[in-house]
Design a protein around this ligand. Sequence first.
Ligand SMILES: [Zn+2]
Length: 392
Amino acid sequence: MTIDDAPRDVLRGGPRELLRWVATGAAVSRADLSRLSGLSPSTVSQRVEALISQGLLEETGAGRSRGGRRPRQLAVPTGGAVVGAIDLGAHHARVGTLDLSGRVVQARTLPVRIEDGPEAVLGALLAEVTTLVGSDPVATAGGSAADALRGVGIGIPGPVQHATGRIVSPSRMPGWNGFDVAAFCTGQVDVPVIVDNDANLMALGAHRTAHSELDHAVYIKAGTGIGSGVISSGRLHRGAQGSAGDISHCRVVADPAPPCTCGNAGCLEAVASGAALVTALRGQGVAVSDLTGVIRLIDDGDRQATALARQAGRAVGEILAVVVNFFNPQVVAIGGRLADCEPLLASMRATLYERCLPLATQTLLIERVTAGQDVGITGAAHLVIDHVVAAA
Ligand SMILES: [Zn+2]
């Protein structure tokens, strides 16, 4: 059993959890960690020393004494180490550096032309990560940018085979099928590179920044495409190959059933994604070029756009109702650019309540992802931090 496969109770007091308690301020000393984990002071000390020797924790002088010697305080270092993160979207990418507690240090949004292919797109985004690290005197702390960068996490808007980091049959990503993102990127930056799909990164980022106390959660990412990420027993659930949570090609009731990029018809993605709304509106003779235009029409109360958004919300709700009945999460949260679309959200909620078992919805929280535009890079950074800590 690897640390990634371990159920949450086995990880209680594990190095990742100790680091997280310090990063979130829940613990500032070895004594705090011992109390929170229930582990003996000597075991805690051993783990803390290992984290310090890896540069993942540091001691910052003396805390307040409760009689006797003043305890040394623990902190996550803010200098000398950062992780890079890339959240790739259909037209834009969010690129950032984050410290080892998962806080954003620097971030910027860059335009992207997916059709330029993986080498050109990923090469430019990795160069941006390197530039961000090099321009940050705190991160480099007098050393080189190459030493400061501890790893890079990358989110891809398509299916990623988890074990290999390869993209498998993505929609709207010509030239990317089968591309080994992890191998290419490791060759460029020479640090560990972790690749996952964008919905999983959103799920992890949102879960770590809000509701990390809840063990079972489903996060829907509704933007140009549509997908979901699942947190089960406190961990990201990927399934056997990494496709868990991919609801994009689940069939929904739609008449007529629009054709999907996968070759089937009536898939959720062909009915309820941002790309589907653009196509449907154009089919009705509305001059709209992208999702931004669709959202503007909905905000302006346009009749056709609002009707389509309601239909999309019902479709998402239908699929989500199956997921909720089957999985019984504590929270369902929707993020992505369509999450602010009120008519879609209202129909999704209504359908969910109508179609779910009362026991499944009795205490279910249905909300928006509140973590903002950095939620994806936050998730990407946490993947890398977890990997670095596990390796240490
Ligand atoms: Zn499909």
